[in-house]
Design a protein around this ligand. Sequence first.
Ligand code: S3P
Length: 161
Amino acid sequence: MDLTGDQQIFLIGFMGVGKTYLGEKLANQLEKDFYDVDREIEQHAKLDVNDIFKLKGEKTFREIESKILKNWDKMGIISTGGGIVELPENRKIFQSKKTIWLNPPWQIIKSRLLNSYRPLVLERSEDELYKLWYNRQDLYRECADIEFTKSEINDLLNLLS
Ligand code: S3P
């Protein structure tokens, strides 16, 4: 994958796949800027993600998320929220961009999620989380140019080289 020059490289994948962790490292290695769509949503709404869900609901969150993605103009490595692939218009946008799907095995994701404090995870059972992950696999696949199934930055750099 050609990663040189000014361009947008999107990272997609479920919660806990390491989009921020690997995204920051990748940006650092490639000397690019790093962005996170969730942070832009928070600035736009002047609320954090959990409060947007609590106070305004998921539909409003998805509307803001979609609007921000549609108008995205900054170059660099861009991490996205795990549910951004839910809306068909967002999937269409990813199909026209460079998009990397971070997809380590479910067992790894599960242990990371269960060991982290995420209100949106805490309110779901393990079974519900698995179903959400399972149902989104085809959506991520539809969007991605390339799938990364490991966890280390060096493996990602090798895959992309
Ligand atoms: C969501 C994932 C979150 C955030 C929001 C909804 C989801 O992002 O956008 O809580 O529906 O999977 P991360 O994948 O960065 O945790």
